[in-house]
Design a protein around this ligand. Structure first.
Ligand code: F6R
Ligand code: MG
Ligand code: MG
Length: 374
């Protein structure tokens, strides 16, 4: 059957700072969706990662469906009312527009969707990251879908040895979706050249070259590009299909053992390693570290199984220790050089205002007259 997987997420308020939504806020969103689900959805799953609430939905209405997007938007509006009543911090933070206009893209919430032909068994992974931006998934996707060192299936399994097509978006282009499609492995170095700059070039989707099936969908919104000012980090969601014609679950998960540095953390303005965490984890050290969760499902006729936690395994404890060590080491460098993001990526305007004032005080020293040579 043709099935659409849609995940729409937003930060609509949290307790203790930008840490985690309250139970009442989560319950409000769950109740809102629960009441209206039967007429629109086949199934749904609601969770939080850090201060973001994600609504994962299965349905048959296709991508960018107005009714589906409106349902999520209205649930976040209802949640925002509850967040305001409780005095939560940043209530309604990611709802950047006052009225719904057909599609939540460009309105604040992050969206990842794919319409698929459901396989007899359809295992997929739902990733949710907080205190980071969509480029956070570039390296894990690059390694999982192109690199034999990470994904031995690329040489072992005839199902996946034809490689994958990457659709990459230039998120600095705000007038429309500026995208490029590149094939791995043929155009690997071109893909790599774009991946070098994950704040600008973001993998939007990955496709099987053998079958044409979609393997992955990533939310690519950049909040500060939408609002023109700091409104929080983008905190992207991603859906990845696994097994058979796609890399195995373990091949998709393996890159998260690196704890690669991503843009985010405190005030959305630092380079901090990404820590894989268990489902429904909050935020702590240095408004981070940036975290990513993974819920694995099988979906059958649109019905979801319960989630299995992709990062709860004891193996991940060592990874988390390693990531914490990397984070602490980078933090010793404070605000200097690579510890903080480049000027164009800073989520607050304080430094540019300061530099403008200081600029007026700079003077070019007058050159001393050269001594006459005799
Ligand atoms: C990062 C983030 C936090 C806030 C920080 C200050 O994406 O959300 O690090 O930037 O806690 O928040 P405000 O400016 O709301 O006091
Ligand atoms: Mg927040
Ligand atoms: Mg967040």
């Amino acid at each position: 059957m043709k099935l659409t997987l849609s995940v729409i997420k937003a930060d609509i308020g949290s307790i203790g700072g930008h840490v985690a939504p309250s139970q009442r806020l989560l319950d409000t969103v769950k109740a809102y969706i629960g009441k209206r689900a039967s007429s629109l959805l086949l199934d749904h799953y609601i969770s939080h990662t850090g201060d973001d609430i994600a609504i994962l939905m299965t349905h048959t209405h296709g991508e960018n469906d107005e009714a589906i997007h409106q349902l999520a938007w209205d649930a976040f509006r209802a949640g925002t009312d509850a967040a305001r009543e409780e005095g939560l911090y940043g209530a309604g933070q990611d709802l950047l527009k006052t009225s719904f206009s057909g599609n939540v893209k460009g309105m604040g919430p992050a969206v990842a969707e794919m319409e698929i032909e459901e396989r007899t068994s359809e295992p997929f992974l739902f990733f949710d990251a907080d205190k980071s931006d969509p480029g956070a998934y570039n390296l894990p996707l690059y390694l999982a879908f192109t690199d034999v060192m990470n994904t031995p299936g690329l040489i072992l399994s005839p199902n996946i040895s034809s490689g994958y097509r990457f659709v990459i978006m230039d998120v600095s282009h705000t007038e429309g979706d500026r995208i490029i499609a590149l094939n791995a492995p043929d155009e690997l170095y071109d893909i790599a050249a774009l991946h070098r700059d994950p704040e600008r070039f973001v993998v939007e989707s990955v496709w099987s070259r053998a079958t044409g099936e979609q393997a992955a969908a990533v939310a690519t919104s950049r909040l500060h590009n939408i609002a023109g000012k700091y409104t929080g980090k983008d905190d992207p969601v991603m859906l990845v299909r696994v097994q058979m014609n796609f890399p195995a679950t373990g091949e998709i998960l393996a890159p998260y053992a690196i704890g690669h540095f991503v843009g985010g953390g405190m005030r959305g303005s630092h380079q901090v390693p990404l820590m894989p965490v268990t489902l429904n984890t909050g935020i702590s050290y240095f408004d981070g570290p940036p975290i990513v969760s993974c819920a694995g499902f099988c979906v059958h006729n649109g019905k979801l199984t319960e989630p299995v936690d992709g990062f709860a395994h004891p193996f991940l404890n060592t990874v988390r220790d390693h990531v914490a060590d990397k984070a602490i080491e980078m933090r010793r460098q404070g605000f200097i050089g690579t510890a903080m993001l480049p000027m164009s990526e800073l989520e607050y305007t304080g430094i540019s205002e300061k530099l403008e004032l200081l600029d007026k005080r700079f003077r070019v020293r007058e050159a001393k007259p050269a001594l006459a040579k005799s």
